[in-house]
Design a protein around this ligand. Sequence first.
Ligand code: KIV
Length: 271
Amino acid sequence: MSVHKEVKRITTHVIQAMKTNGEKITMLTGYDFSMAKILDEAGIDIILVGDSASNVMAGHETTLPITLDQMIYHAQSVVRAIKRTFVVVDMPFGSYQGNSTLALKSAIRIMKESGAHAIKMEGGSEIEESIKRILSAGIPVMGHLGLTPQSIYKFGTYTVRAKEELEANKLLEDAKFLDQIGCFSLVLEKIPSSLAKVVSESIEIPTIGIGAGPHTDGQVLVTHDLLGITKDFQPRFLRRYMNLFDDIKVAVESYIGDVKSNSFPTDKESY
Ligand code: KIV
């Protein structure tokens, strides 16, 4: 039986039921109305309005520069498009770290102004107070452990995290902590597959992996990577389903050729 096929709207309860029933959860990033409409119609379970918009949409090198206002703008565009999908919005860098009052205010702004269904935060016990205050306001929180891109300048590189025992133990403890305080799901980014398996089996809430192997309860990719719009990003975990960069380029070259040669528009394409 597929939980996903039977429900009219995806909720946190549906997402939990998928783990209970052994049905994998699908998540993709979305930042705009047109793409979100396609993802929703295709039947994706969760759209993540990721702060990867900072890279993919705005062209920044990291996720750090994107602002709360910009995240809300992307989230509003996505929410307008969806009928069934659950929408989660990343809390951007600087909107929650080290200040739980600010964290609560930022989360409330996202929920109020965008109409999204949940927020995502990077980190474990070090952001305990912020997560707890947001949860106490009735806002569902998705955790994010492993490679947390907002801490890139602490890590120094985008390589696999938690390969060493110390970091792996801390990650497992943080995952149990996020489960216990009431997060509804947890993203595991770029960690060994064996560790992702242990974590997924040790906690009640669903894990959603990116570069974390096949044992997580769901998978997430950046949509622009899956579609081959971002051409130069080629990590091992990425499966490309299209090469849209090249396809779009060919289409645009054809359009340029047609306009330059006066073959577009024809009489039939004119009034
Ligand atoms: O911002 C993002 O796209 C993410 C995913 C990679 C999980 O956080």
